[in-house]
Design a protein around this ligand. Structure first.
Ligand code: AMP
Length: 266
């Protein structure tokens, strides 16, 4: 496993790689990340994982400083997985060049997380655009857990005619049902139990075609959730609210356990 902090050295090393699979992460690696990395190894060629806690996608300074980081542990996980390349860019340098492509922000960026986290998706696309330019991967593996992010990156890639293929990866869950997340490390036992209840409840609701958002919110609040940013059913075709839960729609939720914000979709 080769580790790079400098983009020029990385580019020199991967210059002749014809089949490169890229997994961007913010570190604090968990089973969700591991499944993406394992999937990336199923493709021919080499794989590359980036670890970078991107300050530009945090709309809250405290959230950024509290975000769990454990580089040594992450590197030992990546080594065990036999990852070929790891890119750990420097915060100042990664933003110091002007990328060839401007970011493309689809309208979907204004909805759900976009309406609660100002500048979040601009921040995500800013860094992903830079990574795509530096690494020029054949494919990028992204989790459906961050559905909106996945969709917006896909749109950016299509609009800017970037050759990278987007590979969608299923959400990996803890035994208690909660989606694996780096932020789960910050939860206490009681909060984890509430997160698990929400999972079981929304999984059950998913099977019912008719629902009432207000009733759902009330039930979730009764589990002990003080703040729900959003709980919505969106059509996967139009990315607009829908009144039907079916195979063409998804339930999206963002909620707080204490001051930890979690998202999921069903
Ligand atoms: P992050 O480190 O949170 O920025 O996530 C890096 C990548 O891992 C993104 O493509 C996420 O969608 C994906 N990811 C995060 N959590 C999960 C999960 N529970 N299951 C599958 N993929 C995930």
């Amino acid at each position: 496993m080769k580790i790079f902090k400098n983009k020029h050295k990385l580019q020199k090393a991967i210059l002749n790689q014809k089949n490169l699979s890229f997994v961007p992460t913010m570190g604090g690696l968990h089973n969700g990340h591991i499944s993406l990395i394992k999937k990336s190894k199923k493709f021919k060629g080499k794989n590359i994982v980036s670890i970078f806690v991107n300050p530009k996608q945090f709309n809250n300074k405290k959230d950024y400083s509290n975000y769990p980081r454990n580089l040594n542990k992450d590197l030992s996980i990546l080594k065990k997985l036999k990852v070929d390349y790891v890119f750990i860019p420097n915060k100042r340098k990664i933003f110091s060049f002007k990328p060839k492509n401007n970011i493309y922000l689809d309208n979907f960026s204004k909805k759900l997380c976009g309406s609660f986290r100002k500048g979040h998706f601009e921040g995500v696309l800013n860094i992903v655009n830079r990574f795509l330019e530096i690494i020029n991967p054949d494919r990028i593996l992204l989790g459906v857990k961050d559905y909106q992010q996945l969709h917006l990156i896909k749109q950016h890639i299509a609009k800017r005619k970037i050759k990278t293929i987007v590979v969608k990866c299923n959400t990996i869950r803890e035994k208690n049902g909660m989606a694996c997340s780096t932020r789960n490390k910050l939860l206490n036992k009681k909060q984890t139990e509430i997160g698990s209840k929400i999972y079981h409840y929304l999984k059950k609701i998913r099977k019912k075609p008719v629902y009432s958002i207000n009733k759902m919110k009330e039930i979730i609040k009764n589990f002990g959730v003080k703040k729900i940013d959003y709980l919505e059913v969106f059509s996967l075709k139009t990315h607009k609210k829908t009144s039907l839960i079916n195979k063409n729609s998804k339930i999206f939720i963002a909620y707080y356990l204490g001051n930890i914000r979690l998202i999921d979709n069903f």
